[in-house]
Ligand binder design. Structure first.
Ligand code: PLP
Length: 385
């Protein structure tokens, strides 16, 4: 009997080939990453840490996890005597939650960017368990769309957080980790960098590194880093015991070693010289896309981009984010609807769309293609249909 699932899979493969993917948190992984993800490591239970497992038969799983941890140290250019690495979190959300439970007590104060201004749900939004268990206060951007570090400092002084998060899902500008560290030090807070979106840019040298400033770094592996859907926590050695115990047995059971293997393959690829070119090109493409959109009259939050993503206010076109996203999808251009800073609309149908260049850059597109895509977006969104 033909498999219904494989029929659906073929349709999805075709959809991915035939559309233009501008979702900034997505990418196309290599055949090798897919091969590792679909490998026999999927068959194995490996609760525990390397060489300290609750199951037998983990000789090669141990070798694998040691190697992937080593690749993380190499990719981020950090020393194993200073930073501990956990490659087991199932996702970025779990990595963040494990970090909070690893270094905080219930109801402790945390300062992070608000979702509306570009933060993530797990940075203490009220709809997320994180916002229910810890006491969050938020900073945002100024009218110019840039993080206002004086505001961050002022809130930190008043709120006295135990943890400050420098991390974003929808912020088109460079983060200043040194400034975040100075603010964290001034109130004796730990600094956590959630680099989920920009990990690949950091490894490829296209965004400043959070090291040596951050005490903890969390990241997904599937965005600009171009790996499987998984996550990593890197922290100063003294925090590792608590964080590791929170990942397992605190929150998770057996790690997905197939995902860990695929993360390793993605890191091997990210350590090749070509990946530097890729990361630089992602940013060049985003800048080219932003520039042409501006020429065509679009209103961009902060007026442009320094990284892989662009936020567009579509309300001057008489559209909501949902309407713009629907119109584009009909024509094969896939984007995110997204809130913009000071949005008066709700997350389900916000005022903006979020565009990014990681996936189209993997397909080999360059600046001239971005100009063409911007023109196509204008045709679709400005057309009357
Ligand atoms: N942190 C940031 C900054 C993100 O952008 C995301 C996902 O978009 C996450 C965490 C959560 O990752 P996941 O979807 O793997 O749980």
């Amino acid at each position: 009997m033909p498999s219904k699932i494989f029929e659906i899979l073929e349709k999805e493969e075709k959809r991915q080939k035939e559309t233009i993917n501008l979702i900034p948190s997505e990418n196309f992984v290599s055949e090798d990453v897919l091969r590792a993800l679909g490998s026999v490591f999927t068959n194995k239970y490996a609760e525990g840490k390397p060489h300290h497992r609750y199951y037998a038969g983990n000789e090669f799983v141990d070798e694998l996890e040691d190697e992937v941890v080593d690749l993380v140290h190499r990719a981020f250019n950090i020393h194993k005597d200073e930073y501990s690495v956990n490659v087991q979190p199932y996702s970025g959300s779990i990595a963040n939650i494990a970090t909070y439970f690893g270094v905080l007590n219930v109801n402790d104060e945390v300062l992070s960017m608000s979702l509306e201004h570009g933060g993530h749900l797990t940075h203490g939004h009220t709809a997320s368990i994180t916002g229910k268990i810890f006491e969050f206060e938020h900073y945002g951007v100024g009218e110019d769309g840039y993080i206002n570090y004086d505001q961050v400092k002022e809130i930190a002084k008043r709120f006295q957080p135990k943890l400050i998060i420098a991390g974003t899902s929808a912020y088109p500008r460079t983060l200043d980790y040194k400034k975040f560290k100075e603010i964290a030090d001034s109130v004796n807070a730990l600094l956590m960098a959630d680099i989920a979106h920009i990990a690949g840019l950091i490894v490829g040298g296209a965004h400043p590194s959070p090291f040596p400033y951050a005490d903890i770094v969390t990241t997904t592996t599937h965005k600009t880093l171009r790996g499987p859907r998984s996550a990593i926590i890197i922290c100063k050695k003294n925090l590792a015991d608590n964080i590791d115990k929170t990942v397992f047995p605190g929150i998770q059971g057996g790690p997905h070693m197939n995902a860990v293997a695929a993360t390793g393959v993605a890191l091997e690829e990210a350590l090749r010289p070509e990946f530097k070119d890729y990361a630089q090109q992602v940013v060049k493409n985003a800048k080219a896309l932003a520039e042409e959109l501006k020429n065509l009259g679009f209103q961009l939050v902060s007026g442009g981009t320094d990284n892989h993503l662009i936020l567009v206010d579509v309300t001057p076109l008489g559209l909501t984010g949902q309407q713009a996203s629907d119109k584009l999808e009909k024509e094969g251009v896939i984007v995110n609807k997204n809130m913009i800073p000071f949005d008066t609309r709700k997350a389900w149908d916000p005022s903006g769309i979020r565009l990014g260049t990681p996936a189209v850059t993997t397909q080999g597109m360059k600046e001239k293609d971005m100009t063409a895509i911007a023109k196509r977006i204008a045709e679709i969104l400005i057309s009357k249909s």
